[in-house]
Design a protein around this ligand. Structure first.
Ligand code: NAD
Ligand code: UDP
Length: 328
């Protein structure tokens, strides 16, 4: 744990009750920040931040970032994580997803301008779409279908990136953009719908493990504490990098390989079941993290097997108290 200094930065985390946001809030509090968590609880859960609510430096504000945000007092840093990240969740109300990314980022950038705060945007590997270059470097412009069902998220995040760099070009302040690759860990919702939470919950419940397509598509999975270290390192670097920075674990696995690892870690009777690949589902994804290494001296430490070993007991402990997930 980092030693507390006399300066106690005030850090706003939009989307702070979500999966990544709640880990970020907790780590920032441990490092002596005052933390203001702003969340609409669209996909985030009060339970994620309940242990933090007794901390004297923690404030929770229920608000939707599509509305302007006015806050009294000083704010030194703003992390914008507000946006549903799971495909079924962000496609449930695509217009709101787009507005969260565009209006929400606009409102938070305006707040950063007024407060003179550093700004960090949680962007995504989805800005690369179904990538034609592999692994993905930050200078790749992407292959996104702007009319498909994923576009509300992909194009929303691309627009948010544009707004961040226009904010910088217009001399309004500082902005840092993290392109986050698939991240997993405790405090994901069991009913979130993403691959890691689905497979773990299905394995723990001896339900069929849902594979979309033939399972040969790949993703690169980053454990949440590694990602949080990367986000904080990007916020702390004295001069904002020009352009976005990939944050993720370069270990690339097919969905079939992921299923096998989880079946090894959760012995039981669960068997894979195949259903059609969703529209525009990217075939491959792997971050090139050279830039993060050079600029932030950051690299992930926790391999997939170890991260899953840490994640499974959390789901095992929480499944009983949460609503059951559908089998497909
Ligand atoms: P999550 O769904 O658990 O968290 C998102 C949080 O934002 C939730 O607490 C939700 O209630 C809140 N939110 C959504 N819309 C809002 C709005 N309009 N106003 C206020 N709050 C709102 O997802 P996550 O995995 O923790 O992702 C956090 C951020 O990181 C997202 O911006 C996501 O796009 C980005 N990201 C995540 C991943 C990943 O693999 N987890 C990958 C790439 C990018
Ligand atoms: N996927 C799957 N079964 C599931 C959920 C997802 O096979 O129960 C696939 C999905 O089609 C995609 C990959 O796993 O190819 C990762 O999906 P996820 O929703 O976790 O993230 P994203 O597609 O946004 O990277």
């Amino acid at each position: 744990m980092q030693k507390m200094t006399s300066f106690q930065p005030t850090t706003l985390v939009a989307g702070g009750a979500g999966f990544i946001g709640s880990h970020l809030c907790e780590t920032l509090l441990q490092r002596g920040h005052r933390v203001i968590c702003v969340d609409s609880f669209l996909t985030g859960r009060r339970e994620n931040v309940l242990p933090l609510t007794n901390h004297p430096a923690f404030t929770l504000i229920e608000a939707d970032v599509t509305e302007p945000l006015v806050l009294p007092g000083q704010v030194d840093e703003i992390y914008n994580l507000a946006c549903a990240a799971s495909p079924p969740q962000y496609q449930a109300d695509p217009m709101h997803t787009m507005m969260t990314n565009v209006l929400g980022t606009g409102h938070l950038l305006e707040l950063a301008r007024v407060k003179g705060a550093r700004f960090l945007q949680a962007s995504t590997s989805e800005v690369y779409g179904d990538p034609e270059t592999h692994p993905q470097t930050e200078d790749y412009w992407g292959n996104v279908n702007c009319t498909g069902p994923r576009a509300c998220y992909d194009e929303g995040k691309r627009a948010a990136e544009t707004m961040c760099f226009d904010h910088v070009r217009a001399g309004q302040g500082d902005a840092r953009v993290a392109r986050i690759f698939n991240t997993y860990g405790p405090q994901m919702r069991p009913d979130d719908g993403r691959i890691v939470s689905n497979l773990i919950c299905q394995a723990l419940q001896d339900k069929p493990m849902t594979i979309y397509g033939d399972g040969t598509q790949t993703r690169s999975f980053c454990y949440v504490s590694d990602l949080v270290e990367g986000l904080i390192a990007l916020m702390q670097v004295p001069v904002a990098p020009e352009g976005a920075v990939n944050l993720g674990n370069p270990g690339e696995f097919s969905i079939l390989e992921l299923v096998e690892i989880i079946r090894e870690l959760v012995p039981g009777t669960a068997r894979p079941v195949f259903s059609p690949l969703p529209t525009d589902d990217p075939r491959r994804r792997q971050p090139d993290i050279t830039r993060a290494g050079e600029l932030l001296r950051w690299q992930p430490r926790i391999p997939l097997h170890e991260g899953l070993r840490r994640t499974i007991p959390w789901f095992a402990a929480h499944l009983a108290s949460l609503p059951p997930i559908p089998a497909d």
